[in-house]
Design a protein around this ligand. Structure first.
Ligand code: SF4
Length: 74
């Protein structure tokens, strides 16, 4: 199994844009947490931000992205 890489990013779910550390394996986000080094949010995220991996990896989300980018199976 490929080791996870940690990327610095931010949550786009609302206008607060909390800083996040995101663990990525291949092209898949597997975990997200607040970035304690972010000067504004200082490690804070709400539940929606921490649940981003579940939302973006949900089959309905990935199906929409695949359709938008012409990657539909079949
Ligand atoms: S973590 Fe919550 S408060 Fe922060 S940007 Fe995302 S949705 Fe907004």
């Amino acid at each position: 199994m490929t080791a996870a890489q940690t990327k610095t990013s931010f949550c786009r779910f609302c206008h607060t844009f909390c800083g996040m550390k995101v663990d990525v394996v291949g092209n898949q986000v597997v975990a997200a947490r607040g970035d304690p080094d972010n000067p504004v949010s200082q490690g804070y995220t709400c539940l929606k931000g921490r649940a981003e991996p579940e939302r973006i990896n949900h089959p309905r989300s990935t199906a929409r992205l695949e359709k938008a980018h012409g990657l539909e199976a079949g």
